[in-house]
Ligand binder design. Structure first.
Ligand code: GLN
Length: 528
Protein backbone atom coordinates (compact mmCIF):
# COMPACT_ATOMS: atom_id res chain seq x y z
CA UNK A 1 0.00 0.00 0.00
CA UNK A 2 1.18 3.51 -0.85
CA UNK A 3 0.42 6.69 1.06
CA UNK A 4 0.20 10.24 -0.23
CA UNK A 5 0.06 12.90 2.48
CA UNK A 6 -1.30 16.35 1.63
CA UNK A 7 -0.50 19.22 3.98
CA UNK A 8 -1.21 22.92 3.61
CA UNK A 9 0.73 26.05 4.42
CA UNK A 10 0.39 29.81 4.81
CA UNK A 11 -3.39 30.07 5.13
CA UNK A 12 -6.57 28.07 5.11
CA UNK A 13 -9.00 27.96 2.24
CA UNK A 14 -6.37 27.18 -0.42
CA UNK A 15 -8.43 24.31 -1.74
CA UNK A 16 -6.48 21.43 -0.21
CA UNK A 17 -9.61 19.32 -0.40
CA UNK A 18 -9.87 19.91 -4.12
CA UNK A 19 -6.15 19.14 -4.54
CA UNK A 20 -6.61 15.90 -2.60
CA UNK A 21 -9.67 14.97 -4.66
CA UNK A 22 -7.84 15.83 -7.88
CA UNK A 23 -4.82 13.72 -6.95
CA UNK A 24 -7.28 10.91 -6.36
CA UNK A 25 -8.83 11.52 -9.75
CA UNK A 26 -5.45 11.48 -11.53
CA UNK A 27 -4.67 8.09 -9.99
CA UNK A 28 -8.14 6.57 -10.20
CA UNK A 29 -8.42 7.51 -13.86
CA UNK A 30 -5.28 5.43 -14.38
CA UNK A 31 -6.90 2.38 -12.88
CA UNK A 32 -5.62 2.57 -9.30
CA UNK A 33 -7.86 2.03 -6.28
CA UNK A 34 -7.61 5.13 -4.13
CA UNK A 35 -9.07 5.91 -0.72
CA UNK A 36 -8.94 9.40 0.78
CA UNK A 37 -8.79 10.17 4.49
CA UNK A 38 -9.41 13.62 5.92
CA UNK A 39 -8.06 14.47 9.34
CA UNK A 40 -9.77 17.31 11.21
CA UNK A 41 -8.04 18.67 14.26
CA UNK A 42 -11.07 19.84 16.20
CA UNK A 43 -12.13 17.94 19.28
CA UNK A 44 -15.71 17.38 18.18
CA UNK A 45 -16.31 13.70 17.57
CA UNK A 46 -18.02 14.61 14.31
CA UNK A 47 -19.29 17.63 12.42
CA UNK A 48 -22.95 17.12 13.34
CA UNK A 49 -22.79 19.52 16.22
CA UNK A 50 -20.82 22.26 14.49
CA UNK A 51 -21.99 25.63 13.30
CA UNK A 52 -22.81 25.71 9.58
CA UNK A 53 -22.15 29.48 9.55
CA UNK A 54 -18.53 28.87 10.45
CA UNK A 55 -17.85 25.45 9.03
CA UNK A 56 -20.03 25.14 6.01
CA UNK A 57 -22.28 22.26 5.22
CA UNK A 58 -22.52 19.13 7.31
CA UNK A 59 -22.08 16.31 4.83
CA UNK A 60 -23.74 12.95 5.48
CA UNK A 61 -22.42 9.53 4.48
CA UNK A 62 -24.29 6.30 3.75
CA UNK A 63 -23.40 4.97 7.19
CA UNK A 64 -24.93 8.04 8.84
CA UNK A 65 -21.68 9.82 9.67
CA UNK A 66 -22.00 13.59 9.77
CA UNK A 67 -18.74 14.96 8.50
CA UNK A 68 -16.67 17.67 6.94
CA UNK A 69 -17.74 18.88 3.53
CA UNK A 70 -14.41 17.83 2.03
CA UNK A 71 -15.72 14.27 2.15
CA UNK A 72 -18.37 15.49 -0.27
CA UNK A 73 -15.64 16.55 -2.68
CA UNK A 74 -13.96 13.16 -2.38
CA UNK A 75 -17.19 11.37 -3.22
CA UNK A 76 -18.02 13.74 -6.06
CA UNK A 77 -14.58 13.39 -7.64
CA UNK A 78 -14.00 9.71 -7.01
CA UNK A 79 -15.80 6.44 -7.41
CA UNK A 80 -15.92 5.73 -3.68
CA UNK A 81 -18.45 5.51 -0.88
CA UNK A 82 -16.87 7.07 2.18
CA UNK A 83 -17.51 5.77 5.70
CA UNK A 84 -16.94 7.09 9.22
CA UNK A 85 -13.30 5.99 9.18
CA UNK A 86 -12.54 8.31 6.26
CA UNK A 87 -12.86 11.32 8.55
CA UNK A 88 -10.85 10.90 11.76
CA UNK A 89 -11.05 13.96 14.00
CA UNK A 90 -9.00 14.92 17.02
CA UNK A 91 -12.07 13.98 19.03
CA UNK A 92 -12.31 10.47 17.57
CA UNK A 93 -8.59 9.78 18.02
CA UNK A 94 -8.52 10.95 21.64
CA UNK A 95 -11.75 9.10 22.38
CA UNK A 96 -10.02 5.88 21.32
CA UNK A 97 -6.90 6.56 23.34
CA UNK A 98 -8.81 7.62 26.45
CA UNK A 99 -11.18 4.68 26.40
CA UNK A 100 -8.21 2.32 26.03
CA UNK A 101 -6.63 4.00 29.01
CA UNK A 102 -9.82 3.46 31.04
CA UNK A 103 -9.99 -0.18 29.97
CA UNK A 104 -6.51 -0.63 31.35
CA UNK A 105 -4.85 -1.35 28.05
CA UNK A 106 -1.89 0.84 28.90
CA UNK A 107 -1.47 -0.39 32.46
CA UNK A 108 1.81 0.63 33.98
CA UNK A 109 2.89 3.16 31.37
CA UNK A 110 2.48 6.88 30.84
CA UNK A 111 0.01 7.54 28.04
CA UNK A 112 1.78 9.94 25.69
CA UNK A 113 1.33 11.74 22.40
CA UNK A 114 4.19 9.64 21.06
CA UNK A 115 3.75 6.69 20.74
CA UNK A 116 0.11 6.30 21.84
CA UNK A 117 -1.72 9.06 20.00
CA UNK A 118 0.47 8.91 16.91
CA UNK A 119 0.28 5.12 16.99
CA UNK A 120 -3.52 5.29 16.99
CA UNK A 121 -3.40 7.60 13.97
CA UNK A 122 -1.07 5.34 11.96
CA UNK A 123 -3.22 2.35 12.76
CA UNK A 124 -6.27 4.32 11.68
CA UNK A 125 -4.96 5.31 8.23
CA UNK A 126 -3.52 1.85 7.53
CA UNK A 127 -6.84 0.34 8.57
CA UNK A 128 -8.79 2.53 6.15
CA UNK A 129 -6.53 1.43 3.30
CA UNK A 130 -6.74 -2.24 4.25
CA UNK A 131 -10.51 -2.24 4.64
CA UNK A 132 -10.92 -0.62 1.22
CA UNK A 133 -8.17 -2.81 -0.30
CA UNK A 134 -6.80 0.44 -1.69
CA UNK A 135 -3.63 0.69 -3.74
CA UNK A 136 -3.10 4.22 -2.55
CA UNK A 137 -4.36 6.02 0.56
CA UNK A 138 -4.44 9.80 0.23
CA UNK A 139 -4.36 11.57 3.58
CA UNK A 140 -5.40 15.19 3.77
CA UNK A 141 -4.24 16.90 6.93
CA UNK A 142 -6.78 19.58 7.76
CA UNK A 143 -5.62 23.01 8.89
CA UNK A 144 -2.32 24.72 8.25
CA UNK A 145 1.23 23.67 9.11
CA UNK A 146 2.06 25.42 12.37
CA UNK A 147 -1.33 24.84 13.99
CA UNK A 148 -1.25 23.11 17.36
CA UNK A 149 -4.34 21.12 16.36
CA UNK A 150 -2.68 19.11 13.59
CA UNK A 151 0.91 18.96 14.83
CA UNK A 152 0.65 15.45 16.33
CA UNK A 153 -1.02 14.28 13.16
CA UNK A 154 1.86 15.53 11.02
CA UNK A 155 4.22 13.83 13.47
CA UNK A 156 2.30 10.59 12.90
CA UNK A 157 2.79 11.02 9.14
CA UNK A 158 6.50 11.53 9.66
CA UNK A 159 6.62 8.26 11.57
CA UNK A 160 4.56 6.55 8.88
CA UNK A 161 7.17 7.59 6.31
CA UNK A 162 9.93 6.26 8.51
CA UNK A 163 8.18 2.92 9.03
CA UNK A 164 6.80 2.34 5.54
CA UNK A 165 9.86 3.54 3.63
CA UNK A 166 10.51 6.46 1.33
CA UNK A 167 9.17 4.66 -1.76
CA UNK A 168 5.81 4.17 -0.10
CA UNK A 169 5.03 7.56 1.42
CA UNK A 170 4.94 10.85 -0.49
CA UNK A 171 4.44 14.31 0.94
CA UNK A 172 2.67 17.02 -1.07
CA UNK A 173 2.49 20.50 0.35
CA UNK A 174 -0.10 22.97 -0.90
CA UNK A 175 0.97 26.56 -0.52
CA UNK A 176 0.21 30.08 -1.68
CA UNK A 177 2.27 32.07 -4.17
CA UNK A 178 0.63 35.48 -4.16
CA UNK A 179 1.25 38.13 -6.75
CA UNK A 180 1.65 41.55 -5.24
CA UNK A 181 -0.02 44.13 -7.42
CA UNK A 182 2.51 46.90 -6.70
CA UNK A 183 5.58 44.85 -7.64
CA UNK A 184 3.79 42.63 -10.13
CA UNK A 185 5.71 39.49 -9.30
CA UNK A 186 4.91 36.14 -7.74
CA UNK A 187 6.28 36.06 -4.21
CA UNK A 188 7.80 32.89 -2.77
CA UNK A 189 8.56 33.88 0.82
CA UNK A 190 5.32 32.55 2.34
CA UNK A 191 6.07 29.20 0.68
CA UNK A 192 9.65 29.18 1.90
CA UNK A 193 8.52 29.86 5.44
CA UNK A 194 5.82 27.25 5.52
CA UNK A 195 8.26 24.66 4.15
CA UNK A 196 10.76 25.66 6.87
CA UNK A 197 8.02 24.96 9.37
CA UNK A 198 7.35 21.57 7.84
CA UNK A 199 11.10 20.77 7.81
CA UNK A 200 11.34 21.67 11.48
CA UNK A 201 8.74 18.94 12.06
CA UNK A 202 10.92 16.44 10.22
CA UNK A 203 8.96 16.37 6.99
CA UNK A 204 10.58 17.04 3.63
CA UNK A 205 7.93 17.54 0.96
CA UNK A 206 8.39 15.73 -2.36
CA UNK A 207 6.05 18.00 -4.28
CA UNK A 208 5.04 21.58 -3.71
CA UNK A 209 1.72 22.64 -5.21
CA UNK A 210 1.64 26.35 -5.67
CA UNK A 211 -1.73 28.05 -5.59
CA UNK A 212 -1.43 31.13 -7.74
CA UNK A 213 -3.67 33.29 -9.87
CA UNK A 214 -1.63 32.84 -13.05
CA UNK A 215 0.56 29.84 -13.95
CA UNK A 216 3.71 29.72 -11.83
CA UNK A 217 6.59 31.49 -13.55
CA UNK A 218 10.06 30.05 -14.01
CA UNK A 219 11.84 32.48 -11.68
CA UNK A 220 9.72 31.74 -8.62
CA UNK A 221 9.78 28.02 -9.45
CA UNK A 222 13.61 28.02 -9.41
CA UNK A 223 13.65 29.95 -6.18
CA UNK A 224 11.19 27.60 -4.45
CA UNK A 225 13.18 24.62 -5.67
CA UNK A 226 16.46 26.02 -4.33
CA UNK A 227 15.15 27.13 -0.96
CA UNK A 228 12.94 24.13 -0.31
CA UNK A 229 15.02 21.14 -1.45
CA UNK A 230 12.54 20.12 -4.11
CA UNK A 231 13.44 19.52 -7.77
CA UNK A 232 12.16 22.20 -10.09
CA UNK A 233 9.94 19.78 -11.96
CA UNK A 234 8.27 18.84 -8.69
CA UNK A 235 7.18 22.40 -8.01
CA UNK A 236 3.72 22.16 -9.53
CA UNK A 237 1.62 25.10 -10.66
CA UNK A 238 -1.92 24.93 -9.30
CA UNK A 239 -3.28 28.13 -10.79
CA UNK A 240 -6.82 29.46 -10.77
CA UNK A 241 -9.28 27.99 -13.25
CA UNK A 242 -12.96 28.27 -14.13
CA UNK A 243 -14.28 25.28 -12.24
CA UNK A 244 -12.97 22.97 -9.52
CA UNK A 245 -13.51 20.05 -11.91
CA UNK A 246 -10.75 21.43 -14.11
CA UNK A 247 -8.09 21.14 -11.40
CA UNK A 248 -7.01 17.58 -12.40
CA UNK A 249 -6.28 18.92 -15.90
CA UNK A 250 -4.35 21.89 -14.49
CA UNK A 251 -2.18 19.40 -12.62
CA UNK A 252 -1.75 17.28 -15.70
CA UNK A 253 -0.20 20.30 -17.43
CA UNK A 254 2.78 19.56 -15.16
CA UNK A 255 2.49 15.77 -15.68
CA UNK A 256 1.75 15.50 -11.99
CA UNK A 257 -0.03 12.14 -12.24
CA UNK A 258 2.94 10.52 -13.96
CA UNK A 259 5.44 12.08 -11.58
CA UNK A 260 3.49 10.84 -8.55
CA UNK A 261 3.32 7.29 -9.88
CA UNK A 262 7.03 7.26 -10.67
CA UNK A 263 7.79 8.58 -7.22
CA UNK A 264 5.94 5.72 -5.53
CA UNK A 265 7.17 3.15 -8.00
CA UNK A 266 3.83 2.29 -9.56
CA UNK A 267 3.36 1.60 -13.25
CA UNK A 268 2.72 4.74 -15.26
CA UNK A 269 -0.40 4.53 -17.40
CA UNK A 270 -2.31 7.12 -19.41
CA UNK A 271 -5.41 8.54 -17.70
CA UNK A 272 -8.87 7.99 -19.12
CA UNK A 273 -10.97 11.05 -18.41
CA UNK A 274 -12.99 11.59 -21.56
CA UNK A 275 -16.43 11.94 -19.94
CA UNK A 276 -15.01 14.18 -17.24
CA UNK A 277 -13.36 16.36 -19.89
CA UNK A 278 -16.60 16.62 -21.86
CA UNK A 279 -18.51 17.79 -18.77
CA UNK A 280 -15.81 20.32 -17.86
CA UNK A 281 -16.08 21.67 -21.40
CA UNK A 282 -19.86 21.94 -21.00
CA UNK A 283 -19.42 23.89 -17.76
CA UNK A 284 -16.95 26.22 -19.43
CA UNK A 285 -18.99 26.83 -22.56
CA UNK A 286 -22.70 26.42 -21.87
CA UNK A 287 -25.14 27.22 -24.66
CA UNK A 288 -28.11 28.23 -22.50
CA UNK A 289 -28.85 29.41 -18.99
CA UNK A 290 -31.44 29.21 -16.24
CA UNK A 291 -32.01 31.10 -13.03
CA UNK A 292 -32.83 29.04 -9.98
CA UNK A 293 -33.84 30.45 -6.62
CA UNK A 294 -32.75 28.78 -3.40
CA UNK A 295 -34.54 29.77 -0.22
CA UNK A 296 -33.22 29.38 3.24
CA UNK A 297 -31.86 30.49 6.49
CA UNK A 298 -28.17 30.30 5.81
CA UNK A 299 -28.39 32.36 2.69
CA UNK A 300 -25.62 34.53 4.11
CA UNK A 301 -23.24 31.62 3.91
CA UNK A 302 -23.33 29.79 0.61
CA UNK A 303 -20.95 27.14 1.94
CA UNK A 304 -23.94 25.70 3.79
CA UNK A 305 -25.37 24.60 0.46
CA UNK A 306 -22.28 23.32 -1.33
CA UNK A 307 -23.74 19.93 -2.19
CA UNK A 308 -26.86 21.46 -3.69
CA UNK A 309 -24.77 23.85 -5.74
CA UNK A 310 -22.57 21.03 -7.01
CA UNK A 311 -25.62 18.90 -7.80
CA UNK A 312 -26.92 21.81 -9.88
CA UNK A 313 -23.54 22.22 -11.56
CA UNK A 314 -23.51 18.53 -12.50
CA UNK A 315 -27.08 18.62 -13.80
CA UNK A 316 -26.33 21.87 -15.64
CA UNK A 317 -23.25 20.32 -17.26
CA UNK A 318 -25.34 17.47 -18.64
CA UNK A 319 -27.85 19.94 -20.09
CA UNK A 320 -25.00 22.20 -21.19
CA UNK A 321 -26.66 24.98 -19.23
CA UNK A 322 -25.23 27.67 -17.01
CA UNK A 323 -27.04 27.87 -13.68
CA UNK A 324 -27.54 31.33 -12.20
CA UNK A 325 -28.45 31.24 -8.54
CA UNK A 326 -30.68 33.65 -6.73
CA UNK A 327 -30.70 33.47 -2.94
CA UNK A 328 -33.98 34.25 -1.24
CA UNK A 329 -34.23 35.04 2.47
CA UNK A 330 -37.72 33.82 3.35
CA UNK A 331 -37.98 35.77 6.61
CA UNK A 332 -38.41 38.90 4.45
CA UNK A 333 -41.49 37.30 2.85
CA UNK A 334 -42.94 36.24 6.16
CA UNK A 335 -42.40 39.69 7.68
CA UNK A 336 -44.25 41.26 4.75
CA UNK A 337 -41.18 43.18 3.49
CA UNK A 338 -41.67 41.49 0.12
CA UNK A 339 -43.93 38.87 -1.43
CA UNK A 340 -43.14 35.47 -2.91
CA UNK A 341 -44.18 36.85 -6.27
CA UNK A 342 -41.77 39.77 -6.04
CA UNK A 343 -38.91 37.73 -4.59
CA UNK A 344 -39.28 34.95 -7.15
CA UNK A 345 -40.29 36.93 -10.21
CA UNK A 346 -38.30 35.92 -13.28
CA UNK A 347 -36.77 32.75 -11.85
CA UNK A 348 -37.11 29.49 -13.77
CA UNK A 349 -37.36 27.20 -10.77
CA UNK A 350 -37.16 27.11 -7.01
CA UNK A 351 -35.44 24.86 -4.50
CA UNK A 352 -36.41 24.86 -0.85
CA UNK A 353 -33.50 23.03 0.79
CA UNK A 354 -33.05 21.42 4.18
CA UNK A 355 -33.29 23.45 7.33
CA UNK A 356 -34.02 23.38 11.02
CA UNK A 357 -36.17 25.47 13.35
CA UNK A 358 -39.18 27.67 12.75
CA UNK A 359 -37.49 30.76 11.34
CA UNK A 360 -38.55 31.56 7.79
CA UNK A 361 -40.88 28.56 7.43
CA UNK A 362 -44.01 30.61 6.66
CA UNK A 363 -42.06 32.36 3.90
CA UNK A 364 -40.97 29.02 2.52
CA UNK A 365 -44.58 27.83 2.47
CA UNK A 366 -45.47 30.97 0.49
CA UNK A 367 -42.77 30.10 -2.04
CA UNK A 368 -44.12 26.57 -2.42
CA UNK A 369 -47.61 27.96 -3.00
CA UNK A 370 -46.30 30.33 -5.64
CA UNK A 371 -44.63 27.43 -7.51
CA UNK A 372 -47.62 25.14 -7.26
CA UNK A 373 -50.14 27.74 -8.42
CA UNK A 374 -48.01 29.18 -11.20
CA UNK A 375 -46.66 25.93 -12.64
CA UNK A 376 -43.06 26.85 -11.81
CA UNK A 377 -40.63 23.94 -11.29
CA UNK A 378 -40.22 23.14 -7.61
CA UNK A 379 -37.75 20.87 -5.87
CA UNK A 380 -38.19 20.39 -2.13
CA UNK A 381 -35.33 18.79 -0.23
CA UNK A 382 -36.03 17.45 3.25
CA UNK A 383 -37.48 20.54 4.96
CA UNK A 384 -38.60 21.65 1.50
CA UNK A 385 -40.48 18.35 1.14
CA UNK A 386 -42.13 18.89 4.50
CA UNK A 387 -43.08 22.47 3.56
CA UNK A 388 -44.71 21.19 0.37
CA UNK A 389 -46.84 18.76 2.37
CA UNK A 390 -47.91 21.51 4.78
CA UNK A 391 -48.73 23.90 1.93
CA UNK A 392 -50.86 21.28 0.21
CA UNK A 393 -52.66 20.40 3.41
CA UNK A 394 -53.46 24.04 4.14
CA UNK A 395 -54.32 25.39 0.73
CA UNK A 396 -55.72 22.39 -1.13
CA UNK A 397 -57.10 20.12 1.60
CA UNK A 398 -58.34 23.04 3.71
CA UNK A 399 -56.53 21.93 6.88
CA UNK A 400 -55.83 25.55 7.72
CA UNK A 401 -53.68 25.04 10.81
CA UNK A 402 -51.57 22.25 9.35
CA UNK A 403 -47.97 22.55 10.46
CA UNK A 404 -44.86 20.76 11.57
CA UNK A 405 -44.50 20.28 15.30
CA UNK A 406 -40.98 21.62 14.79
CA UNK A 407 -42.36 25.04 13.80
CA UNK A 408 -45.42 24.94 16.06
CA UNK A 409 -45.36 22.30 18.81
CA UNK A 410 -49.02 23.05 19.66
CA UNK A 411 -50.52 22.79 16.18
CA UNK A 412 -53.90 21.01 16.16
CA UNK A 413 -52.93 19.39 12.84
CA UNK A 414 -49.41 17.98 13.12
CA UNK A 415 -49.02 17.01 9.46
CA UNK A 416 -45.26 16.72 10.03
CA UNK A 417 -44.25 15.25 13.34
CA UNK A 418 -41.84 12.98 15.17
CA UNK A 419 -42.94 9.37 14.81
CA UNK A 420 -41.98 7.25 17.80
CA UNK A 421 -40.50 4.53 15.62
CA UNK A 422 -38.31 6.93 13.66
CA UNK A 423 -36.30 8.05 16.61
CA UNK A 424 -36.52 5.24 19.12
CA UNK A 425 -37.59 7.68 21.79
CA UNK A 426 -39.22 11.05 21.79
CA UNK A 427 -35.94 12.70 22.70
CA UNK A 428 -35.60 12.67 18.95
CA UNK A 429 -32.35 11.46 17.58
CA UNK A 430 -32.08 11.93 13.85
CA UNK A 431 -32.73 9.54 11.01
CA UNK A 432 -29.25 9.62 9.51
CA UNK A 433 -27.62 7.97 6.52
CA UNK A 434 -28.81 5.83 3.64
CA UNK A 435 -32.37 4.48 3.56
CA UNK A 436 -34.14 2.63 0.77
CA UNK A 437 -37.32 3.83 -0.84
CA UNK A 438 -39.67 2.02 -3.18
CA UNK A 439 -40.90 4.26 -5.98
CA UNK A 440 -44.35 4.15 -7.47
CA UNK A 441 -44.46 2.55 -10.94
CA UNK A 442 -44.96 5.10 -13.68
CA UNK A 443 -44.29 8.09 -11.41
CA UNK A 444 -42.07 10.94 -12.50
CA UNK A 445 -39.58 10.10 -9.80
CA UNK A 446 -39.36 6.45 -10.90
CA UNK A 447 -38.89 7.60 -14.47
CA UNK A 448 -36.04 9.93 -13.47
CA UNK A 449 -34.24 7.30 -11.40
CA UNK A 450 -34.89 4.66 -14.02
CA UNK A 451 -35.58 2.08 -11.29
CA UNK A 452 -38.05 1.36 -8.55
CA UNK A 453 -35.79 0.82 -5.56
CA UNK A 454 -33.48 3.69 -4.65
CA UNK A 455 -31.28 4.60 -1.73
CA UNK A 456 -30.71 8.19 -0.61
CA UNK A 457 -29.19 9.79 2.46
CA UNK A 458 -31.20 11.30 5.30
CA UNK A 459 -30.67 13.81 8.09
CA UNK A 460 -33.86 14.75 9.86
CA UNK A 461 -36.10 14.09 12.84
CA UNK A 462 -39.59 14.74 11.57
CA UNK A 463 -41.78 12.71 9.18
CA UNK A 464 -45.09 12.96 7.37
CA UNK A 465 -47.80 11.96 9.82
CA UNK A 466 -49.44 8.76 8.46
CA UNK A 467 -52.86 9.89 9.80
CA UNK A 468 -53.12 12.53 7.06
CA UNK A 469 -51.87 10.65 4.02
CA UNK A 470 -55.26 9.52 2.79
CA UNK A 471 -56.66 13.06 2.87
CA UNK A 472 -53.65 14.47 1.05
CA UNK A 473 -53.69 11.78 -1.63
CA UNK A 474 -57.45 12.09 -2.12
CA UNK A 475 -56.87 15.70 -3.12
CA UNK A 476 -54.22 14.77 -5.67
CA UNK A 477 -50.86 14.85 -3.92
CA UNK A 478 -48.94 11.70 -4.86
CA UNK A 479 -46.48 10.12 -2.46
CA UNK A 480 -44.41 8.51 -5.15
CA UNK A 481 -41.82 6.93 -2.90
CA UNK A 482 -42.14 5.24 0.48
CA UNK A 483 -39.93 3.26 2.82
CA UNK A 484 -40.02 -0.49 2.06
CA UNK A 485 -42.42 -1.06 4.99
CA UNK A 486 -44.66 1.73 3.65
CA UNK A 487 -44.51 3.68 6.89
CA UNK A 488 -42.32 6.66 5.90
CA UNK A 489 -43.13 9.01 3.02
CA UNK A 490 -39.93 9.56 1.02
CA UNK A 491 -40.95 11.26 -2.25
CA UNK A 492 -43.88 13.33 -3.41
CA UNK A 493 -44.99 14.79 -6.71
CA UNK A 494 -47.89 16.56 -8.34
CA UNK A 495 -49.05 15.02 -11.62
CA UNK A 496 -49.86 17.58 -14.30
CA UNK A 497 -47.41 20.14 -12.92
CA UNK A 498 -44.31 21.03 -14.96
CA UNK A 499 -42.17 19.71 -12.13
CA UNK A 500 -43.28 19.58 -8.52
CA UNK A 501 -41.18 17.06 -6.65
CA UNK A 502 -40.04 16.73 -3.08
CA UNK A 503 -38.06 14.21 -1.11
CA UNK A 504 -37.51 13.64 2.57
CA UNK A 505 -33.95 12.63 1.65
CA UNK A 506 -30.93 14.63 0.52
CA UNK A 507 -30.21 13.49 -3.05
CA UNK A 508 -27.62 16.28 -3.29
CA UNK A 509 -25.29 14.09 -1.22
CA UNK A 510 -25.01 11.62 -4.06
CA UNK A 511 -24.16 13.41 -7.28
CA UNK A 512 -21.30 13.01 -9.73
CA UNK A 513 -20.09 15.13 -12.59
CA UNK A 514 -20.34 12.07 -14.81
CA UNK A 515 -23.67 11.03 -13.31
CA UNK A 516 -25.83 13.82 -11.89
CA UNK A 517 -28.41 13.16 -9.19
CA UNK A 518 -31.58 12.19 -11.10
CA UNK A 519 -33.93 14.66 -9.38
CA UNK A 520 -31.59 17.57 -10.07
CA UNK A 521 -31.20 16.48 -13.66
CA UNK A 522 -34.97 16.37 -14.09
CA UNK A 523 -35.49 19.64 -12.24
CA UNK A 524 -32.95 21.58 -14.33
CA UNK A 525 -34.46 20.04 -17.47
CA UNK A 526 -37.90 21.28 -16.43
CA UNK A 527 -36.51 24.75 -15.65
CA UNK A 528 -34.95 24.91 -19.12
N1 GLN B 1 -35.95 20.10 10.33
C1 GLN B 1 -36.47 19.00 9.60
C2 GLN B 1 -36.38 17.70 10.36
O1 GLN B 1 -35.63 17.59 11.29
C3 GLN B 1 -35.77 18.86 8.26
C4 GLN B 1 -34.33 18.56 8.39
C5 GLN B 1 -33.58 18.82 7.13
O2 GLN B 1 -34.08 19.55 6.26
N2 GLN B 1 -32.41 18.30 6.98
O3 GLN B 1 -37.07 16.75 10.05
Amino acid sequence: MKFIVVTGGVLSGLGKGIVTSSIGKLLESRGYGVMPVKFDGYLNIDAGTMNPYRHGEVFVLDDGTECDMDLGNYERFLDITAVRANNPTGGKIFEKVLSKERRGEYLGVDVQFIPHVTGEIKEWVRGVGQDAKADIVIIEVGGTVGDIENSYFIEAMRELHQEEGDENVVFCHVTLVPKLKVVGEQKTKPTQQSIKHLLSMGVQPDFILCRCEEPLEDGPRKKISLFCNVDEENVISDHDCDTIYEVPFIMEESDFGEKLLKRIGLKVKPPSMLDWRAMVDNIKSPDKEVTIAITGKYTALKDSYVSIMEALTHAGAHHRAKINLKWVETTAIEEGKTTAKKALGGVDGIIVPGGFGSRGTEGKIECVKYCRENNIPYLGLCYGFQMAVIEYARNVCGIKKANSTEADPKTPDPIITILPESSGDLGGTMRLGAYDAILKKGSRVAELYGKEKVSERHRHRYEVNPDYIEQLEEKGLVFSGRSPDGRFMEFLELPGHKFFVGTQAHPEFKTHLEEPAPLFYGFVGACL
